[in-house]
Ligand binder design. Structure first.
Ligand code: IMP
Ligand code: MG
Length: 180
C-alpha cells in the first residue's frame, strides 16, 4: 500500500531503528549528559510535539536534579519542510542563569534548532547545549550541529517515537520509514 496516496495511516512503516536500540542508546546519552550536568542548575527544554517521547525517556536516564519545560515549534506539512518555522515562546520556567539542554527529535535542515537556540540565547542562560535523537547531516541548510546525537541517519523521511507524518505515527514505538 502506498501511504502517500492512501492515507489511512494503518499499515506499519518499515523498521529503521527498533525500540530496544533506541532505549539502549538513550541510556548511554543520559549517562553522558548526567556526567556533564552534575552540580549545575539544569533545565531541559523539549521541542514539542516531536521530542515528547524522546525527552520522557531521556530525562529518566539523567540522574541529576533538573527542571523540565517545553517550547512548541512547527515547520513540516506532510513530508516537506515548509521552511517557515513558527514557534511559541511561552515557556513556564525562567532559564536565566540555568544550564539549558534543548532537546528535539531530529536535526534536518537545522532551521528549527538554530531558530530556537538563538531565541533561548536571548534569555541569558548560563549554558546552552542541544540534543537530538536523530541527525540527517546530508540535509543541512544552516550551520548548526547538536552537542548530543542519538543516531545519524540517511535522507529518509522517518516516523515514530514522536516523529509524525501529518501528525500521525507519533505513537509507533520504533523509528520507521514510510513507503513513499
Ligand atoms: P529542520 O528545521 O529542517 O531541522 O526540521 C526539524 C523539524 O522537522 C523536526 O523538529 C521535526 O519535527 C521535523 N522533521 C524533520 N525531518 C523529519 C522526518 O524525517 N520525519 C518527521 N519529522 C521530521
Ligand atoms: Mg515535528
Amino acid at each position: 500500500m502506498n501511504y502517500l496516496k492512501n492515507n489511512n495511516y494503518a499499515e506499519k512503516p518499515a523498521v529503521l531503528i527498533e525500540s530496544e536500540k533506541i532505549a539502549e542508546r538513550i541510556k548511554k546519552m543520559g549517562n553522558l549528559i548526567a556526567g556533564r550536568y552534575a552540580g549545575k542548575h539544569t533545565t531541559v527544554v523539549a521541542v514539542s510535539n516531536g521530542a515528547v517521547l524522546f525527552v520522557a525517556d531521556l530525562i529518566r536516564n539523567i540522574s541529576v536534579p533538573l527542571q523540565l519545560d517545553t517550547i512548541s515549534a512547527y515547520s513540516y506539512e506532510g513530508s516537506e519542510s515548509s521552511g517557515k518555522i513558527s514557534f511559541s515562546s511561552k515557556m513556564k520556567l525562567e532559564i536565566s542563569d540555568r544550564h539549558v539542554l534543548l532537546v528535539d527529535d531530529i536535526l534536518d535542515t537545522g532551521r528549527t534548532l538554530k531558530r530556537l537556540k538563538n531565541y533561548l540565547k536571548t534569555l541569558n542562560p548560563a549554558g546552552l547545549e542541544t540534543c537530538v535523537l536523530l541527525d540527517k547531516p546530508s540535509r543541512r541548510l544552516v550551520d548548526i550541529n547538536a552537542d548530543y546525537v542519538g543516531f545519524e541517519i540517511a535522507d529518509n523521511f522517518v516516523v515514530g517515537y514522536g516523529l509524525d507524518y501529518n501528525e500521525y505515527y507519533r505513537n509507533l514505538p520504533y523509528i520507521g520509514v514510510l513507503n513513499t
